[in-house]
Ligand binder design. Structure first.
Ligand code: GDP
Ligand code: IMO
Ligand code: MG
Length: 428
């Protein structure tokens, strides 16, 4: 199976890090590739009880033998990149810089992007998106506006200066005249970025060429998604989305590989739902059950430390993710967390203005008005973290998994029963 995509099927934090790590350790994976987003992601991997979090780096950086790739669809903050690499080196992870490659045409996040992210959020007031404040949106805006700076530009000082001048020209008018801030100095940004060139140089490649050649040779490439389907700029809950395309189609754009090369598309999905930041969320719970999911699931953001909003599983979202991404399978995570409930509701459809709706509503207004229609399943009231096969799971947990599979539009390939690498049940 040479090309495998792992992506988020809900609003992020589904356990993509764990699913990637699971695949990378059970199969021989040659490359683990990030294709969109930036250091707004936070992926957790637990190896022998030790917890690691990756942000801009693919979680494959922790898999010896695999080469990690940051492809051209990613927005790269050199400062965040080296901070993360140094953090891993300090923790004793060896050879990280020897197994990392970065696309020459990936766009750069400089400190002014984060400044603009924060001031524009403040300007939005109660309509704010609740971004991570990492400069992701402004960096993608510059890219689409054709005033972005790319990694390769860092190796030509005069080009870099010209590009930053162009990028800051309009931005500085906006900062000083609209946001009432000080202008950003071109020279300060040039200096900020040039300090990374020597360390970046050996890592930079034409990663599209590299990955296509790897696939031609039958090597296995794992595309590790960040963010998620419902945060996709086209197909998510716009405007409460990120500024990239975390869906399967975005993988092809962000990596420079054709859709015909992809063999498996795995949607990672929690056995309930969480969301960080603003925006509609039909199954969100504001009661004790929501607080318990948050507490038992440890639902706190890996990147920003924000508390995640929690709710029951939403099969409408799951079916939508299966359709938008052409999922071949799901990886269902955090089933163990539901072991505390007598009964577990699952949203099977919505009620909108008195009508039953089975698919994602066409308009944002309808989605805001969607009320979940629940089917209630019997809980298993036990700790399943020691289960390793489907047969080990209690009867009620098996029924829950099979019911979700039935209503979600793709088969379930694996089930997470704990955060650890080994705490997984693989379904045959
Ligand atoms: P990602 O952004 O999709 O990689 O997910 P995050 O790392 O942000 O959040 C997922 C959290 O759930 C992390 O703390 C993981 O260690 C944890 N996790 C993943 N799978 C499981 C599981 O099956 N059971 C439990 N209890 N925790 C899990
Ligand atoms: P992983 O990869 C959850 C959310 C933010 C905000 C919106 C826009 O760990 O699943 P941005 O900074 O991207 O402009 O913020 O998107 N968001 C995430 N939520 N998990 C993530 O990544 C996220 N990355 C961005 O909270 O609502
Ligand atoms: Mg996360």
């Amino acid at each position: 199976m040479p090309a495998i995509v792992v992506l988020g099927a809900q609003w992020g934090d589904e356990g993509k890090g764990k699913a990637t790590d699971q695949l990378a350790t059970t199969d021989t994976i040659d490359y683990v590739v990030r294709t969109s987003g930036g250091h707004n992601a936070g992926h957790t991997i637990v190896i022998n009880g030790e917890k690691f979090a990756t942000h801009l780096l693919p979680s494959g950086i922790l898999t010896p033998g695999a080469t990690s790739v940051i492809a051209s669809g990613v927005v790269v903050s050199p400062e965040a990149l080296f901070r993360e690499l140094d953090g891993l080196i300090e923790r004793g992870v060896e050879g990280v810089e020897d197994r990392l490659l970065i696309a020459a045409n990936a766009h750069v996040i400089a400190s002014y992007h984060a400044t603009i992210d924060k001031v524009s959020e403040r300007f939005l007031g109660k309509n704010q998106i609740g971004t991570t404040g990492r400069g992701i949106g402004p960096a993608y805006a510059d890219k689409v506006n054709r005033v972005g700076v790319r990694i390769a530009d860092l190796f030509d000082e005069s080009i870099l200066r010209q590009k930053i001048e162009a990028a800051l020209d309009v931005r500085n008018h906006l900062l000083t005249k609209v946001y009432n801030r000080r202008a950003i100095e071109v020279e300060a940004v040039v200096e900020e970025l040039l300090q990374y060139t020597d360390r970046l140089r050996p890592l930079v490649r034409d990663t599209s060429l590299l990955l296509n050649q790897a696939l031609d040779q039958g090597q296995t490439v794992l595309f590790e998604g960040a963010q998620a389907t419902m945060l996709d700029v086209d197909h998510g809950t716009y405007p409460f989305v990120t500024s990239s395309s975390p869906i399967a189609g975005g993988v092809c754009i962000g990596a420079g590989v054709g859709p015909t090369r992809i063999d498996r598309v795995i949607g990672v999905i929690k056995a309930y739902t969480t969301r960080v930041g603003s925006g509609p969320f039909p199954t969100e719970l504001f009661d004790d059950d929501g607080a318990r999911l948050q507490q038992l699931g440890g639902e706190i953001g890996v990147s920003t430390g924000r508390t995640r909003r929690c709710g029951w599983y939403d099969a409408v979202v799951a079916r939508y993710a299966a359709r938008i991404n052409g999922l071949t399978e799901f990886f269902l995570t955090k089933l163990d967390i539901l072991g505390a409930w007598d009964e577990i509701p699952v949203c099977v459809a919505y009620e909108i203005d008195g009508q039953r709706v089975d698919e994602m509503p066409m308009t944002q207004t309808d989605f805001h008005h969607a009320k979940p229609i629940y089917e209630v399943f019997e809980g298993w009231k036990s700790d399943i973290s020691g289960c390793r096969t489907f047969d080990d799971l209690p009867r009620q947990a098996q029924a829950y998994v099979r019911a979700l599979e039935e209503m979600s539009g793709a088969k379930i390939w694996g089930v997470g029963v704990g955060p650890g690498r080994e705490e997984t049940v693989v379904l045959s």
